[in-house]
Design a binder for this molecule. Structure first.
Ligand SMILES: Cc1ncc(COP(=O)(O)O)c(C=O)c1O
Length: 391
């Protein structure tokens, strides 16, 4: 029989993160505790939900401009100026996409040619691997080393070469919670300037930083605006992961290319949700302070629970995940341990191996998501208290 599936589609597997969410639902239904996929189990802000309902009732139900409704792009420019101090032209530098996921994909497809190399820090958010394959680029991985997930500067410098077209950064970082320091970003920026490379910076967790750690956007560093593509979205900041609204901020020539790719992939993001998004982006500073405060509380609660259970957990500086080492529990690897947690304790987490190209690198790690109600985290910690070492 002829090959019915493309070689590209065969080079990656389905998302392990999304698979875990399905598994816990199928196996345990409502009883299951899902600390796997990164989405909140609590409500989005009422004012934002009301704005979405109003938009539909007010007949904002047809296609928005393909690269984003004007009001929404204006609100994005205002909010970006408020938090990052960047002046951006909503007419020429913003493309609204179906989530940061589509935004990153369009950015890579719009700028990379087959054979171009892209540097990715590992562990990494699992979409970046398939994104590179689909855009024809070759990923070059550079390790982030625990406990503080720093990279070796010589190693990073050594992977840059004539074919390097870009670097993917994700700060605050999924899965480790690393927040790249200004000094690290300056080092990366310097390499990009020297090698004429672009930076794709995924900042979807920009408002989740803890312990006074500062989020820095590499596009704000000297000379970097013109070589940075900022990828972001509403999903995490406003607890609306199902809305699928994201965006890129990029120089005009790159934005032109991103808009074309985006147009032919999805035409546009949901019009009423862009209208509601404009309301979300105008929320006062207190919204962000409260968000951060509540996530800090959740982080500390789960961290404490994990440590009491006997995990060695790495304290995240940002985002809403915790990586923990499972070595003390006597399981063969992360996948076996994850299966055991689902089967025996109705608790879903993500096996560490799904964040590395070589599964062996993540075989002693699992990832917990703490974007959950305190009551869910309490149930998770209670479930974990019954996890005993199998030695
Ligand atoms: C680093 C990172 N980027 C992007 C996304 C997805 O964003 P969106 O829902 O806007 O597609 C996630 C979701 O977990 C993520 O962790």
């Amino acid at each position: 029989m002829t090959q019915r599936v493309s070689s590209k589609a065969q080079t990656f597997t389905e998302s392990v993160i999304r698979e875990m969410t399905r598994l816990i639902g199928d196996r345990h239904g409502e009883r299951g505790i899902n600390l796997a996929q990164g989405f909140p189990d609590f409500a989005a802000p009422q004012v934002v939900k009301d704005a979405a309902c109003d938009a539909i009732q007010n007949d904002i139900n047809q296609y928005a401009i393909t690269w984003g409704a004007k009001d929404f792009r204006d609100a994005l420019a205002a909010k970006t100026h408020r938090f990052l101090g960047m002046e951006i032209d909503p007419e020429r530098e913003i493309t609204v996409c179906c989530g940061a996921t589509e935004a990153m994909f369009c950015a890579l497809v719009a700028t990379l040619n087959p054979g171009d190399e892209v540097v990715i820090f590992s562990p990494f958010y699992e979409n970046y691997g398939p994104d590179c394959i689909l855009s024809g680029a070759v990923p070059r991985f550079v390790k982030l080393h625990p406990p503080d997930w720093t990279f070796d500067r010589d190693e990073l410098e050594s992977v840059f070469n004539d074919r390097t077209r870009g670097v993917v950064i994700n700060t605050p970082h999924n899965p480790t919670g690393k927040v790249y320091s200004r000094d690290e970003l300056e080092f990366i920026a310097d390499l990009c300037r020297r090698h004429d490379a672009l930076v794709f910076t995924d900042e979807i967790y920009e408002h989740m930083t803890y312990d006074g750690v500062e989020h820095v956007c590499i596009a704000t560093l000297p000379g970097m605006r013109d070589r940075s593509i900022v990828v972001n979205g509403l999903s995490k900041t406003y607890s609306v992961t199902g809305w699928r609204v994201g965006y890129t901020i990029a120089p005009p020539d790159i934005t032109d290319a991103i808009r074309k790719v985006h147009d032919f992939i999805t035409v546009g993001a949901a019009a009423p949700l862009q209208a509601a998004g404009a309301v979300a982006l105008a929320l006062p500073d207190e919204y962000y302070t409260k968000l951060q405060h509540e996530y800090l509380e959740r982080r500390d609660f789960l961290l404490d629970g994990l440590e009491r259970t006997g995990f060695k957990a790495y304290k995240p500086q940002g985002a809403y995940y915790i990586i923990a080492e499972i070595e003390g529990f006597g399981f063969e690897n992360d996948v076996e341990f994850t299966r055991y947690l689902i089967e025996e304790h109705a608790l879903a987490v993500v096996p560490g191996s799904s964040f590395y190209t070589d599964p062996a690198e993540g075989r002693t790690q699992i990832r917990f998501c703490f974007a959950k109600r305190m009551s869910t985290l309490e149930r998770a910690v209670e479930a974990l208290s019954h996890v005993a070492a199998r030695v």
